[in-house]
Design a protein around this ligand. Structure first.
Ligand code: NAG
Ligand code: NAG
Ligand code: NAG
Ligand code: NAG
Ligand code: NAG
Ligand code: NAG
Ligand code: NAG
Ligand code: NAG
Ligand code: NAG
Ligand code: NAG
Length: 234
């Protein structure tokens, strides 16, 4: 009986996650297609990239990350759709942290195993701000998709239960960190931060934490009112 169950489970895992490895807190999408581009940047999703404004769909040197916040607030918090694309013979990673210099960063890591034909796999780790040490975390991640083409790693995934409260209480602002590192055998080598975003509102990634989009709407309204009155006066 047990053997049958194990076989069944193994079959399901192989069916759901062809070519990828995972642990219990990770679940992979059936469809491995990964399309990452700038469509919606600054409008529906927040984008962070180096070199400035590079498009991961067009330039393989582009290290790119994006975050899109769901409109419905689940009881456990906002659901984020995250994307990551970059060139590395080891791994690229996107981190969420309230403060890049303090506490802990939740890192989502997309990896290619170059000693196994660039096989894609995925991990979650916590990065210690001070020591830069990486320890495995149990952060739940859903709908993971990943591909490796040459040294270009592309992945996207959904984080359900973004818990920044275990980093610093009662804060709904978050910074996104992008970076990369090598794979040392079975372990992640040191993480090198490439860039860090401004503070973002976690339930609305496109706005800054201070709600500047609201302000810019107000400014636009004001400008159109001024324009109208100038036109009327003329
Ligand atoms: C996978 O997703 C792509 C892009 O959304 C779509 O064109 C394709 O039909 C999907 N394939 C399967 C098997 O669902
Ligand atoms: C851009 O990416 C989105 C998914 O994030 C996809 O639906 C769309 O087809 C892509 N556009 C192009 C031109 O590849
Ligand atoms: C890709 O990015 C590199 C580095 O910024 C730049 O030199 C190159 O012109 C870009 N290529 C394209 C096709 O945009
Ligand atoms: C990609 O990274 C590798 C090292 O991992 C480097 O040799 C190569 O030049 C890079 N390619 C591009 C297009 O940046
Ligand atoms: C991933 O999260 C985004 C943003 O919350 C949501 O719109 C999308 O439906 C989610 N995708 C899946 C497959 O659940
Ligand atoms: C982070 O690393 C420092 C220095 O190694 C250590 O003292 C501290 O306990 C670590 N913090 C956490 C939260 O693991
Ligand atoms: C968030 O993390 C804290 C500390 O690890 C934990 O006590 C709390 O239950 C977590 N919240 C959720 C919604 O998972
Ligand atoms: C990478 O692939 C090699 C060869 O298959 C394997 O021995 C090693 O354990 C893999 N590394 C990881 C982190 O899975
Ligand atoms: C974050 O965005 C949400 C949804 O748009 C909004 O209700 C909230 O007031 C914002 N928080 C801050 C600190 O701007
Ligand atoms: C320099 C710095 O901000 N260190 C912080 C790193 O994170 C630990 C644990 O969260 C804090 O206690 C330190 O103050």
């Amino acid at each position: 009986m047990e053997r049958v169950l194990i076989l069944l489970v193994a079959t399901v895992v192989v069916f759901v996650a062809p070519g990828v490895q995972g642990t219990a807190h990770l679940s992979f999408a059936v469809n491995g297609t990964v399309l990452i581009n700038r469509t919606g940047c600054g409008v529906s999703k927040f984008c962070l990239e180096t070199p400035t404004d590079c498009n991961p769909a067009e330039n393989s040197t582009c290290l790119f990350g994006s975050a899109l916040a769901g409109t419905t607030m689940a009881p456990s918090g906002t659901e984020l759709a995250l994307q990551l694309s970059g060139n590395s013979s080891g791994y690229i990673a996107l981190g969420l942290t309230p403060d890049a210099d303090q506490g802990i960063t939740q890192l989502f890591v997309c990896i290619q195993n170059s000693s196994d034909n660039g096989r894609f796999f995925f991990r979650t780790v916590d990065r210690n701000n001070t020591s830069n040490g990486l320890t495995p975390s149990e952060t739940r991640v859903r709908e993971i998709r990943g591909t490796v083409t040459g040294d270009i790693i592309r992945c996207e995934f959904n984080v359900t239960n973004v818990n920044v409260s275990n980093i610093r209480m009662s804060q709904d602002t978050v910074r996104i960190i992008l970076g990369s590192g090598p794979l040392d055998g079975a372990n992640l080598g040191p993480f090198a931060v490439a860039l860090t975003s401004r503070p973002l509102n976690i339930s609305n990634m496109v706005d800054t934490a201070a709600g500047s989009a609201l302000q810019s709407h107000a400014v636009l309204l004001l400008l159109s009112l001024i324009t109208l009155s100038v036109l009327k006066a003329a």
